[in-house]
Design a protein around this ligand. Structure first.
Ligand SMILES: N[C@H](CCC[C@H](N)C(=O)O)C(=O)O
Length: 261
């Protein structure tokens, strides 16, 4: 069998995308999905996404996301942005989209390869001396560090991801340094990739909200620098947390191909 696929990247977080509206790929085939994401034996990616038909009459499509380990995962912000760009390329949408993902429904806009994705509202940020924890569609541990560029993200990130209180279910881990009054740099260890990725969309969103909540910025429009490029996060305070949260940045088609499977 030959499987057509598309490769996208959003600030260096890269994805295999498959048009699964005819359900060619089984969601339970963990082994196949892991191989497709393998950078030596497959196409290579941080994750894989399926574009599927919507399960209601108000959405344009449905998003299913898998981490590189082949397991279906929680929400992917950069992946969601790339899937909107793919839907536009296929003509499924024009310049805006409503779609369902594992964490609920999302709205997005696209113009010239820049995608603005609305994230779920965030109700709670757990604060402690060493870090903050919040869920922006995926779980994120956020910690400020000195000298981010030299920091051993993989070693320290793995320790936190598998340690207390996260253990097997884990978390993504974001190491942050402030760059300006409304700008921060972040490097992320991603659960399910089990390595540092060049960017993590739900992580960048978590960092922006965490830094605002910590009082390190009073701006509700924050620029986040990742090793893979710049993303911006805008949001509004709500009585109990944050709403109207948007993650904005590039989502780029890299190549298309066919793989034997
Ligand atoms: N690895 C994450 C999911 C993908 C998140 C990331 N790629 C993003 O852009 O949000 C997790 O298992 O929670």
């Amino acid at each position: 069998m030959v499987l057509p696929f598309y490769k996208y990247q959003g600030t260096g977080n890269d994805f295999v995308i498959i048009d699964n509206r005819q359900l060619v790929l089984s969601k339970n085939d963990t082994k196949l999905i892991k191989r497709l994401c393998d950078r030596k034996f497959g196409i290579g990616a941080d994750g894989l996404m399926l574009l599927e038909l919507p399960e209601n009459d108000i959405d344009d499509f449905k998003m299913v996301y898998f981490n590189a380990d082949g397991n279906e995962s929680s929400m992917c912000g950069n992946g969601g942005r790339c899937l909107v760009a793919f839907a536009a390329k296929l003509g499924v949408i024009a310049h805006s989209a409503h779609f369902s993902a594992i964490d609920g429904r999302h709205y997005a806009e696209i113009s010239n390869e820049v995608v603005r994705l609305q994230m779920q509202d965030v109700e709670e940020i757990k604060e402690s001396d060493s870090h903050q924890f919040l869920n922006t569609g995926s779980p994120h541990h956020v910690a400020l560090v000195e000298n981010l560029t030299e920091y051993d993200v993989k070693t320290q990130g793995k320790k936190i991801r598998y340690g207390a209180p996260y253990y097997e279910n884990g978390t993504n881990v974001n190491f942050v340094q402030q760059r300006d009054h409304a700008a921060f740099a972040v490097r992320t260890y991603e659960r399910g990739v089990e390595d540092e990725t060049l960017s993590c969309g739900t992580g960048v969103t978590a960092v922006a909200l965490a830094m605002f909540s910590k009082g390190l910025t009073d701006s509700n429009q924050v620029m986040i620098e990742t090793p893979g490029g710049e993303l911006s996060v805008s949001f509004e305070k709500s009585e109990t947390g944050f709403k109207n949260i948007f993650l904005t940045g590039p989502a780029t088609f890299v190549f298309k191909g066919e793989i034997a499977w």
